[in-house]
Unconditional design. Structure first.
Lengths: 573, 441
């Protein structure tokens, strides 16, 4: 056995057991002498722990936090503590879920996101240190680069210094150009329109001197604006920014939007009627009351466009369905009647129109139009063109035409073609009775097409049908022929089409499923909302050949077809 | 172009083989090597397609996590995750059972891989929820872990002084060493995180000099100072490790590793400490195997979950390094990573058996001191390359702190105060106040 005195460090010199760093043997209690090297290490570790930490502290304390241009912040600087300086270009938003305040600043080299989380965000809020748009900010924080995108975490609120910009002079909207980008400005303008979008509230501001306009988006998670109405004159202090190549102004906060002139409160009774010809672009955003004859009407999605003339000019009145529902005599909202309306002047696609928002702001009276004559079909000649007639007879031929239906009506004196367009066809009661052998009584306008006289039914309600022979499909459906996918064009938006093809791919969306349908001519997305998808999901699978009838829509510049019910989908075996 | 499964497996195996060679260099952490690859050689982009690089690193991590057992057991140079293996591992080494200790730890890594495979479906589903629920409470959880760590130092000393004060001081020796280590490392971490004296362009590795100083250099210095010789090692044909031991080790180590892989800041060492004490076992082999499980679940698991697209579940130093560069995009990539990880762990285990036998033979011939001196030089070179002279200075201070527990007999896990202290303070919202108090604002 090796002599005990020759044993190495770590072993008890008395009993020979391994005892590691102990100075007294835990087994036999013998005291162990330390070697010089261990003693030196002990002194080094104790001394350097104190001296070293203090030294690092003083070095760190005296080291200046480096101010860097935004573009210099790269992946290698992840976790670095740096300072940046710039102008706040996106107003701070508070995310209650993440309990974070996020804002963006921009210097001459680029833009970067700054975030403060939880306690630090609370500290900023309670200290009133949440910067406003246009403020100059100097912030020091920890760089975080995630997936190539650098940002700065403000973890010490004291390291955020905010300098508000000097109060800007009033700038004309006409003078706002790219040179003012990201710079604070103050404008005085009239609110032309206020539109609520899925994102911000879009307020369109118009110059008080010309037709110049600029939009002002207001994000709800940034601040709540004061009460704004179309026609109000406002003074806005904000920063010029750009969105989709369009300059816009972003208000700094709610206090930066001051209503300096309220739009005059006009009610229907007290407002003076003005001639349509006197309504100009300068009046956009203002209220106007007009009176005139209804020249024509056109149904649009969720409303009706009413063209009105008073002899001095023409204007289109936009009446939403919600307003129409409240009208007492809504049947008079048709050609030939007289309308008096109070609404807001708007500019849509460079055309002035009057937007009505209240049923109390409309008065409709019957027009003095020529009564519709009841005539025998054989008596209708070219002198009746553009005149309204009422005829009765038996349907002797039916033909589906593009966007509608054509049928021949005969009585004992003669026969004539009758055309009813799809938009009117929708309002026909029992449209399935448009079939050979059935009786029809109708009112319509005589027209001439390729030298042949025909009658155009403008309102579906003016076609009365009787008889028994029914079609198996609705007239609307009858007009729908199966199309090749490549034939679907943007001109067919809002039309109902029928296509067949193979399901190439299914993609889940939050409220249903999207199928990529393909035939030999092209590919189109078919959107199945959940109510439809739940009923066809077992049959519509990738690789299946299906026929779909649905409405053509546009979403993000792409055409798509949306079937409204499960029976619109046929899966071929 | 998306890499194929075969390409991924081959690159992961290449990573395993490379790291198996690097892992036997004492105290050289694989993350340091990966950092050099990422930032010094342009991410190997001219040799390996960028999309394959994460899988190469996955293979390297798997190789490292299994094969660093050799340096931990035979050369006493563990990283933070292995600090608990050292004592029982060294006991076994001194009893001539070093081979057995290494193989059982390596087997623990295989069990860790199996554990990860089994829990993956649950992790995908529940981990994001758990994280979301616990994030607002993290500061007090970390504070509780720190407190538990410090409290569990009591009572540790077996030595007694001759009279009153001497006894008092002796009783407090381990404890005060632990407290000093925790708070000194914590203060150092807070200073570096709050006002890093390193140039910003080297900040991506701001904690490297501290970690090298706290965990790597002290052991190398101790090895140089010590005159320890390794006794003759047995080379048994079989290792006695039953199914029940494997199950207990998997549960204990798996829980510890999962804890570390789930919570920010917690590491395998801390996870292992908590889980080891939760599933108390007197069996040395179970303990050693459980530490193998724990470090595998921590290292490989935390990186594996990085491959889950959109989940942002990965954590740890490697994920922090990779996040600025790579975005996982497909679930397929995750399953390929899972398969590659299992294959890499298996390969690494067989390499462990081979290398352990070679190392045992080599250690009889090569001077322990020479290896340690070369390692010390390598470590300082890495620190200098990545962080410059400032980094060297910081690593010397960290070394002094890292030597405290080794020389004064407290737990080395107290060095994790370097992260626990500043992060807890910052998360609790007192970071600004402390920084202001210290004049660091």
């Amino acid at each position: 056995m090796e002599p005990l005195e020759k044993r190495e460090e770590g072993y008890c010199q008395s009993c020979g057991r391994y005892i590691g760093a102990y100075k007294i043997c835990p087994y036999c209690g013998a005291r162990i002498d330390e070697r010089l090297s261990v003693k030196v290490l002990k002194i080094f570790s104790l001394a350097f722990t104190f001296v070293g930490v203090i030294a690092v502290y003083f070095v760190a304390k005296s080291a200046e936090l480096k101010k860097v241009p935004v573009s210099d912040i790269k992946e290698e600087m992840n976790y670095a503590v740096v300072c940046v300086e710039g102008i706040v270009t996106r107003a701070p938003s508070y995310n209650p879920e993440a309990q974070s305040i996020i804002f963006y600043i921009e210097d001459t080299t680029g833009s970067i996101r700054l975030t403060a989380y939880r306690n630090d965000a609370d500290a900023l809020r309670s200290a009133g240190k949440v910067p406003r748009l246009g403020d100059k900010v100097e912030a020091c924080g920890t760089v975080r680069v995630v997936e190539g995108n650098p940002s700065i975490i403000i973890n010490i609120p004291e390291r955020l210094v905010i300098t508000p910009p000097p109060a800007p002079e009033i700038t004309r909207i006409e003078d706002i150009t790219d040179t003012l980008l990201n710079k604070p400005v103050k404008i005085r303008a009239k609110i032309l329109s206020i539109k609520q979008t899925a994102g911000p509230i879009n307020v369109l501001l118009g110059s008080l001197e010309s037709n110049a306009k600029i939009s002002m988006p207001i994000f709800k998670n940034q601040f709540t604006p004061p009460e704004l109405n179309e026609g109000d004159t406002v003074e806005v202090t904000g920063v010029v920014s750009k969105y989709k190549e369009q300059l816009q102004i972003q208000a700094r906060d709610s206090l930066s939007i001051v209503v300096v002139g309220k739009a005059p409160e006009l009610d229907f009774e007290s407002a003076q009627i003005q001639s349509i010809g006197s309504i100009t672009r300068k009046m956009v955003g203002e209220k106007a009351k007009i009176k005139g004859d209804i020249i024509s009407t056109r149904k649009i999605k969720n409303g009706i466009l009413v063209n009105v003339s008073d002899g001095t000019g023409k204007i289109t009145i936009l009446v939403w369905d919600s307003v129409i529902r409240m009208l007492q005599n809504k049947e008079l909202l048709s050609e030939g009647n007289i309308i008096t309306a109070l609404g807001t002047v708007e500019l849509y696609k460079e055309t002035l129109e009057l937007k009505l928002e209240n049923a109390d702001d409309i008065e409709l009276v019957p027009g003095k139009k020529e009564p519709t004559k009841r005539v025998a079909i054989g008596k209708i000649d070219k002198s009746y063109v553009k005149k309204s007639v009422e005829i009765s007879g038996k349907i002797t031929r039916v033909k589906d035409i593009k966007n509608g239906k054509l049928f021949e009506l005969s009585d004992e004196t003669g026969k004539i073609d009758v055309v009813i367009w799809r938009k009117a066809l929708k309002y026909v009661k029992n449209p399935e009775l448009i079939a050979v052998g059935n009786e029809a009584t109708l009112k319509g306008e005589v027209d001439e097409y390729k030298g042949t006289l025909e009658i155009i039914i403008k309102r579906g309600e003016e076609l009365k049908l009787s008889g028994t022979s029914k079609q198996t499909t609705s007239p609307l459906e009858a007009t729908i022929s199966t199309k090749k996918i490549g034939e679907i064009t943007s001109s067919m938006v809002e039309q109902i089409v029928k296509v067949s093809g193979k399901v190439q791919k299914l993609r889940k969306i939050s409220k249903g499923m999207i199928a990529e349908l393909e035939d030999e001519t092209g590919r189109i997305s078919v959107v199945f909302w959940s109510n439809v998808w739940d009923k066809v999901s077992d049959r519509v699978i990738e690789g299946a050949t299906i026929s779909v009838k649905g409405k053509v829509k546009v979403y993000k510049d792409q055409l798509e077809i949306i079937p409204s019910k499960a029976t619109d989908i046929t899966v071929e075996e | 172009m998306e890499p194929t499964f075969l390409e991924i497996v081959l690159i992961a195996i290449l990573g395993t083989v490379i790291s198996s060679l690097l892992a036997i260099i004492p105290a050289l952490h694989i993350y340091n090597v990966i950092a050099i690859i990422l930032f010094t050689f342009g991410g190997l982009s001219t040799i390996i397609p960028q999309a394959l690089l994460p899988y190469l690193f996955l293979g390297m991590v798997c190789g490292y996590v299994v094969l660093n057992t050799i340096t931990s057991v035979f050369l006493s140079a563990p990283d933070e995750s292995m600090i608990f293996v050292v004592l029982p591992g060294q006991k076994m080494l001194l009893a001539g059972r070093g081979y057995e200790a290494a193989i059982i730890t390596g087997f623990g890594s295989i069990l860790g891989g199996v554990f990860l495979f089994v829990i993956t479906p649950f992790v995908i589903k529940f981990l994001p929820v758990v994280r979301r629920l616990l994030m607002p409470h993290l500061y007090w959880i970390l504070a509780a872990v720190s407190l538990y760590m410090l409290q569990s130092e009591w009572p540790k000393g077996t030595e007694r002084g001759k009279f009153g004060w001497a006894r008092f001081l002796e009783a407090w020796r381990h404890l005060s060493a632990g407290l000093l280590t925790f708070f000194a490392s914590g203060l150092l971490g807070f200073i570096v995180m709050t006002r890093n004296p390193l140039p910003p362009e080297r900040s991506f590795q701001s904690l490297l000099p501290i970690f090298v100083g706290l965990f790597a250099i002290p052991w190398v210095l101790i090895n140089i100072a010590s005159k320890k010789e390794i006794p003759e090692q047995f080379n048994p044909k079989t290792v006695d490790f039953g199914i029940s031991s494997a199950i207990v080790a998997t549960i204990a180590g798996g829980l510890g590793g999962l804890l570390a892989a789930t919570f920010p800041i917690l590491t395998a060492g801390i996870g292992g400490l908590l889980a080891g004490q939760a599933v108390a076992s007197k069996d040395e082999r179970v303990f050693v195997a459980s530490q193998g499980v724990s470090k595998t679940v921590y290292y490989a698991g935390a990186f594996l979950f990085f491959f889950l697209p959109g989940a942002r579940l990965g954590k740890g130093g490697l994920v922090a390094m990779l996040r600025p560069f790579f975005v996982p995009t497909s679930a397929k990539g995750f399953y390929y990573a899972l398969a590659s990880m299992l294959l890499s762990l298996c390969l690494a285990f067989f390499l462990l058996i081979l290398y352990t036998k070679i190392i045992i033979k080599l250690l009889q011939k090569i001077s322990y001191k020479v290896i340690s001196l070369v390692t010390l030089f390598l470590l300082f070179m890495i620190v200098y390359l990545m962080t410059g002279f400032y980094g060297i200075g910081i690593s010397i201070v960290a070394t002094a702190i890292g030597l405290l527990p080794v020389l004064f007999g407290s737990r080395r896990v107290n060095c994790m105060g370097v992260l626990l202290f500043p992060v807890t303070i910052n998360m609790a919202g007192y970071g600004g106040a402390l920084a202001k108090f210290l004049g660091l604002v």
